[in-house]
Design a protein around this ligand. Structure first.
Ligand SMILES: [Zn+2]
Ligand SMILES: [Zn+2]
Ligand SMILES: [Zn+2]
Length: 160
């Protein structure tokens, strides 16, 4: 995997994500209703995590009579089905690039452009679980959020 570069064919990312969401909902017999689908599309609009209020704004402009609870419920559904992850640090949501299996959320968050990339590195969660276990602690859920600069923001920083 690589960090998303600023100019890439993001329509392909959206298409792939929506397809994966449909497959996953079909697999578990969940319904991807209009509002759930639209919220997922909006989360996938970019690789920058998006907050619930920003989503509400867009939905209101689009003429959805979406009250906050509707959007929260849609986000909850998407989270439960592993289609989006919540980034606690930013109180925002980002699309999961590989739904359909249980995994710990591990994210690189660029403080330059605001983009996020998901890692899926088993050695990280195993290390967390083992270290916690050495303290007699059992991990039920883990999320790793790492802040820094992505390759293109680093290059911008190097430029004179
Ligand atoms: Zn993309
Ligand atoms: Zn994920
Ligand atoms: Zn960046």
């Amino acid at each position: 995997m690589s960090f998303p570069i600023p100019q890439h064919d993001h329509r392909a990312c959206i298409a792939e994500a929506m397809n994966a969401a449909e497959v996953e909902c079909l697999r578990v017999g969940a319904r991807l209703t209009h509002i759930r689908r639209r919220v997922l599309e909006l989360v996938w609009e970019s690789h920058q995590p998006v907050g619930a209020y920003a989503l509400l704004d867009v939905l209101a402009k689009e003429g959805w009579s979406a009250a906050p609870p509707t959007v929260y419920r849609a986000l909850e559904f998407l989270q439960q089905h592993g289609l989006v992850h919540r980034i606690a640090l930013l109180n925002a949501f980002v699309g999961c690039s590989h739904p359909g299996h249980d995994h710990a959320g591990q994210f690189l968050l660029c403080s330059g452009c605001g983009m996020a990339a998901e890692l899926e590195d088993g050695t990280i969660d195993r290390a967390v679980i083992a270290t916690a276990a050495s303290l007699g602690f059992t991990v039920s859920r883990q999320s790793v959020e790492i802040e820094g600069l992505c390759p293109s923001c680093r290059r911008k920083g190097d430029a004179p």
